[in-house]
Design a protein around this ligand. Structure first.
Ligand code: SAM
Length: 280
């Protein structure tokens, strides 16, 4: 940390626990020829042990002071530094040498928009490992029926098989955040393909939800459904046909968003997409 004042606006909580750093790198399990991208390398807590196992690493960092430090510490043939905002970064441009493994102790203040941005690149990604606020990870992996289940759960579970790996206490960082963090593994679902989990930590979920014919319509429907989560879907989904749509698909008109599985949202969106095609 010598000489660097952590910047709150860039969500800078630097990892300082050697045990946690080792656990994360072991979970990522990088192999020499992998194309790995680290988001927010900061002072290099993960960068260095990742480079111990890799020939080369890409990083995306926004803070100019930290970029300068990284330049001085790592040779350019080992570390490619992409200076800029990860929210605008074109991850697809790095995929020419193979599917990407993306890792990062993410800046918590931009975690949701970053996850939505990354979802656009699911097709060129083999897996992602992120540290996030535990509360966010719990929402990502939540099952229908509970208070944690929401738009983030549906939109991410539509694209990824996800697993909460372990919890990380505040004392593992400097400065220490106020809340617990957790590491999550995200593996993009390949539609129609049953794949083994390369980490052998359990069954990979198959893409049971199916595919949304119109992804943009699916996203709008999910957003509307959870816009007021206490309200019944017949009200929140009024613009999509509300009660008539629900009843035609066998859902109780009193149903709330949190009771619908990801596959249910896909089915509703696909019924609407088919109706729109017919009326064109
Ligand atoms: N990886 C380091 C570690 O574990 O100690 C730093 C993690 S710190 C939580 C988040 C890092 O992301 C910081 O280095 C910060 O400057 C960087 N960052 C913040 N916002 C960013 C953005 N929009 N794009 C790229 N990097 C960003």
């Amino acid at each position: 940390m010598k000489g660097h004042q952590p910047r709150k606006r860039f969500g800078q909580n630097f990892l300082v626990s050697p045990g946690i750093i080792r656990k994360i790198v072991d979970a990522v399990a990088p192999r020499a020829g992998d194309t790995v991208v680290e988001i927010g390398p900061g002072l290099g807590a993960l960068t260095e042990p990742l480079l111990d196992r890799l020939e080369h690493l890409h990083v995306v960092e926004i803070d100019r002071d930290l970029i300068e430090r990284l330049r001085q510490r790592f040779p350019p043939e080992r570390l490619t530094i992409h200076a800029g905002d990860a929210l605008e970064f074109d991850f697809g441009a790095l995929s020419s040498s193979g599917l990407l493994k993306i890792v990062g102790n993410l800046p918590y203040n931009i975690s949701s928009p970053l996850l939505f941005h990354l979802a656009e690149y699911a097709a060129v990604v083999s897996e992602m490992h992120f540290m996030l606020q535990k509360e966010v990870v719990d929402r990502m992996v939540a099952a229908p029926g509970g208070g944690d289940y929401g738009r983030l759960s549906v939109m991410l579970q539509y694209r990824y098989s996800m697993e909460r790996l372990f919890i990380v206490p505040p004392g593992s960082f400097n400065p220490a955040p106020k809340v617990d963090s957790a590491v999550v593994r995200m593996i993009p679902l390949k539609v129609g393909v049953t794949e083994g989990n390369p980490h052998g930590t359990g069954e990979m979920k198959c893409p049971a939800a199916g595919t949304a014919a119109d992804p943009e319509l699916f996203a709008r429907l999910v957003k509307a459904a959870f816009s007021q989560r206490r309200k019944m879907l017949r009200n929140t989904l009024k613009e999509f046909g509300g009660e008539a749509l629900l009843e035609a698909q066998g859902f109780a008109p009193t149903a709330r968003a949190e009771t619908l599985a990801v596959a249910d949202f896909v089915r509703l969106a696909n019924v609407l997409a088919a109706q729109q095609t017919q009326t064109k």
